[in-house]
Design a protein around this ligand. Structure first.
Ligand SMILES: [Zn+2]
Length: 191
């Protein structure tokens, strides 16, 4: 009974099919590649890559991904201008992707990308520890940014991306200008 189960799970031809598969080999095969492992390997999609074995450097662990200081500065200025927005707004139809600052009525998405996480050409310096892992990680983030841009554009959204090193006043000027033009372009859809 147990041997029979092993044969079914590993996908080897059963004895009933006419093949004289040795019982002992079948059991060994199961031990080498357990069926659950093969299943999880097939089902696993690398949306995230595993963390590196070595601990992160203190500099990296200090970097925040949400509500960063530059983003907060931009948000405060926008709020002071009387603009209202949603924070961490989910990209329509996406479970994990969010918009940093979303003007839903105007369909305007604003991102304040961290220089480190998104690979700013001026400030992205990789940690020496696990440099290869970080290179892949940041390349994946950039690919995800590009995918989000495409998805939002397909849904009729305007996407503005800024680096966190940019002057918040400049950022807000551009956001306000785009917001106004988006509003005049679509007067029916806003409020
Ligand atoms: Zn930068």
């Amino acid at each position: 009974m147990i041997h029979g189960e092993a044969l079914t799970l590993t996908g080897k031809p059963s004895a009933a099919a006419g093949t004289s598969w040795p019982w002992s080999s079948a059991v060994e095969f199961r031990r080498e590649v357990p069926p659950w492992r093969r299943l999880t390997q097939q089902a696993w999609i690398p949306d995230r890559i595993p963390a590196p074995a070595a601990p992160r450097s203190r500099g990296v662990s200090k970097l925040r991904r949400r509500d960063s200081k530059p983003e907060m500065a931009v948000r405060r200025l926008l709020y002071a201008r009387g603009l209202r927005y949603r924070v961490c707004f989910r990209v329509p139809g996406q479970r994990r992707r969010t918009i940093d600052i979303a003007f839903v009525g105007a369909r305007l998405a604003v991102y304040i990308d961290g220089c480190f996480w998104h690979g700013c050409p001026e400030h992205a310096h990789l940690p020496k520890v696990n440099a290869g892992w970080w290179t892949r990680k940041i390349a994946m983030n950039q690919a995800r940014d590009a995918a989000a841009n495409g998805q939002l554009a397909g849904l009729g959204w305007t996407v503005l991306r800024f680096w966190e090193h940019e002057d918040p006043e400049d950022v807000v000027r551009q956001v306000v200008a785009t917001f106004e033009s988006a509003r005049t372009r679509r007067p029916a859809s806003t409020r």
